[in-house]
Design a protein around this ligand. Structure first.
Ligand SMILES: C[S@@+](CC[C@H](N)C(=O)[O-])C[C@H]1O[C@@H](n2cnc3c(N)ncnc32)[C@H](O)[C@@H]1O
Length: 652
């Protein structure tokens, strides 16, 4: 399956070893043969037409050159990026995106630069994302209130981009990120979505090909995803510039076996799309079998079912992705192919132009059989020029394919076309990593009362969020005691409350942004009047509404704590640090006194979680955040701190 912008080394290693196992590797020089077959198969596809010899040569040359490292920047000053040697890709300026790149050899030489970029990527101020992989979310361009569905979301970079696009336009909307792989969904995707720290995000473990139709709990209306992304698993040969192993272990069978799943996912996505909704299908492969063939066969299937008398179905329009991409960002993709050859599964075997040429044994083979829907001999194939192909030599990118399908306005669809049977339903959602449950917080819950009174949360804010049903407890591992508090948008709350048509439960892996979590078991038991502390994700959401337990520190004091082991230091009575803590987390008595438990530590406009014990203050940030804070403090030593901005009124 394809990787774009993915720095998850563990997942990549696992994928490579699986791929090697699956690849038809021969003992002696087998890898070389795989590469040869890849080359001859791609040459035979005639990507650049009969006159395209030079371009073909440029294609192979650039596929062998390393890809620049690209960053989508969320929150770093332009000066710092320039000072580090990053260069801006201006094509994305018009779309309001800050995209920077650097030569890969410079990146691997310069460990300081690398460490900085990797740290900031983990913190979420920048995101490693290959240039072409920015395009799908850009094409979906979510608007406030949109409910987006990312069907194959892990590791989550495109979901993150969709959430940021929504958030940048004001409140409202949701991005539901789904993935079928429990590890990738519950660990990688979960972590990446945490960087967005957004009430509009949520994630579920689900097979995209069976993604359920959700029905509003009260009105029984079908819930609509106005924007759907199907960034499907693929053989990933477009990533050869980032990962030279890809073509060395390339196999025709990868594409042949993936095509069925890709068609299934696209078909389901189109089914879930409401009239006027937009779906983007993408892969990081240049193989027409995984791209145009999937789109053509799905559109054909859709049109055929109309011919069978289902005229109520809205039409599917394949939009001109090439023109739209040129308009939205300056990249210049090539049009999709209208003709392609389908390979027999064995290495070096024949290629077929039409299904009529395929011998019987390849039609009926148990595995990797060739099917009519793989071929381009259909008048509808001419429309495939509206798909977009990114060849590496054109804009110095990876290889990529993308197309945009819109459903025309027409009568809404009826009930789902396909349901899982009981056997298929069995065991779904029961994966051990999915031990998380969410349920709504009620004003009368004792834990909620404890938490709101300890931190003195703004009452109007709490009332509003509770009335709208936007606050949730998260429980884990079958326990009834809540472990976290999350905040979601109205649209995410609707998704959570909706019922799948097929009676299944949605296997939620994540909802919204975490605000609070329990103190670790045993810590401060019997000493802290409240067992809750702030969660690092939600601290900026809480900053305007937390009226107690705020400890404001001068940068030098923060530095003092961060430089101590475990980022904790003694609170010696009479010292400026102890006084500041007693001021922010004090009891009613006069003189030095602080109350143990969670606090919010502030420095300028930055806030982070902390905890006070009878004798110590601990700042609860990870190594990356601590390092970045220390850098910020060093900078402040040369440019003094501005007066603290008063947080906005918490009424919304
Ligand atoms: C190309 S990657 C997606 C990359 C992701 N969109 C991003 O930009 O970060 C494909 C993903 O599809 C997932 N996948 C594979 N089969 C699936 C299925 N049947 N349903 C849903 N997801 C699936 C894989 O686990 C993998 O995470």
């Amino acid at each position: 399956m394809g990787r774009h912008g993915n720095r998850d080394k563990k997942a990549q290693k696992q994928w490579l070893s699986e791929k090697r196992r699956g690849a038809d590797v021969e003992e002696d020089g087998g890898l070389l043969k795989a590469e040869e077959d890849f080359r001859s198969y791609y040459d035979s596809q005639d990507f650049f037409g009969p006159e395209g010899g030079e371009e073909q040569a440029a294609f192979w040359e650039s596929l062998r050159s390393a890809l620049p490292v690209t960053l989508r920047v969320r929150d770093v000053a332009e000066d710092s990026l320039i000072a580090l040697g990053w260069k801006r890709r201006r094509e994305f300026d018009a779309a309001g995106m800050s995209v920077w790149e650097i030569d890969s050899s410079q990146y691997s030489r310069d460990s300081k630069l690398r460490n900085w970029a990797e740290r900031e990527n983990r913190r979420g101020t920048v995101c490693f994302q290959e240039l072409v992989s920015l395009v799908p979310a850009l094409l979906l361009a979510p608007k406030p209130g949109d409910v987006c569905l990312d069907l194959c979301a892990a590791p989550g970079n495109k979901s993150l981009q969709l959430i940021e696009a929504l958030a940048g336009q004001g409140a409202g909307g949701a991005v539901l990120s789904a993935d079928n792989d429990p590890q990738r969904c519950c660990l990688t995707l979960h972590r990446v979505l945490g960087k967005a720290a957004s009430p509009m995000s949520c994630a579920a473990l689900a097979h995209a090909g069976h993604f359920p139709v959700l029905v509003d709990n009260s009105s029984s209306d079908r819930l609509h995803y106005s924007k759907i992304l199907a960034d499907v698993p693929c053989s990933g040969d477009g990533t050869a510039r980032k990962n030279s192993q890809v073509w060395r272990s390339w196999s025709r069978r990868d594409a042949l076996s993936l095509q069925r799943l890709q068609r299934q996912i696209l078909l389901r996505g189109l089914y879930l799309l409401p009239p006027n909704g937009v779906l983007v299908y993408s892969t990081c492969s240049l193989n027409p079998l995984e791209n145009e063939a999937v789109v053509l066969s799905t559109l054909r299937k859709w049109h055929n079912s109309r011919a069978e008398g289902r005229e109520d179905r809205p039409k599917l329009l394949l939009l001109d992705a090439v023109a739209i991409i040129k308009d939205k960002c300056g990249l210049q993709p090539a049009p999709g192919l209208c003709k392609w050859r389908v390979p027999s599964p064995q290495r070096g075997g024949p290629l077929f132009q039409s299904f009529a040429e395929v011998p019987e044994e390849l039609r009926s083979a148990e595995r990797f059989s060739l099917q009519p829907e793989m071929f381009s001999d259909d008048p509808l194939a001419q429309d495939m020029v509206r798909c977009a192909r990114f060849y590496p030599q054109t804009c110095n990118t990876g290889g990529f394919f993308v197309c945009i399908i819109q459903k025309s306005a027409a009568a809404p669809l009826g009930p789902p076309v396909r349901q899982l049977n009981d056997k298929q339903l069995e065991g779904r959602g029961a994966h051990p990593l999915l031990s998380t449950k969410f349920h709504r917080i009620s004003a009368s819950d004792s834990a909620w009362k404890e938490l709101t009174s300890f931190f003195k949360l703004d009452l109007a804010w709490c009332k509003d969020k509770l009335q709208r049903g936007l606050l949730f407890w998260q429980t884990m591992k079958g326990k009834s005691e809540p472990e976290r508090v999350t905040l979601v948008s109205d649209a995410v709350a609707n998704l959570w409350a909706a019922k799948p048509c097929d009676g299944r439960k949605v296997a939620w892996a994540r909802l919204g942004v975490f605000l609070f979590e329990q103190l670790p078991k045993g810590l401060l038991s019997g000493l802290a009047p409240c067992r809750w502390r702030l969660h690092a994700e939600g601290v900026m959401v809480l900053a305007p509404i937390l009226q107690s337990r705020r400890v404001c520190l001068e940068p030098a004091l923060v530095q003092q704590v961060l430089c101590c082991e475990h980022r904790q230091t003694a609170l010696t009575e009479g010292t400026p640090l102890a006084n500041a803590v007693a001021n922010g987390a004090g009891g009613n008595e006069t003189g030095y006194h602080h109350v143990c438990g969670g606090i919010m530590v502030g420095m300028g406009d930055s806030w982070f979680p902390g905890v006070v014990t009878p004798k110590q203050l601990r700042i609860l940030v990870d190594d990356d955040a601590a390092e970045a804070l220390l850098e910020q403090i060093l900078l402040l030593a040369t440019a003094p701190l501005q007066p603290r901005a008063v947080p906005a009124s918490p009424s919304k």
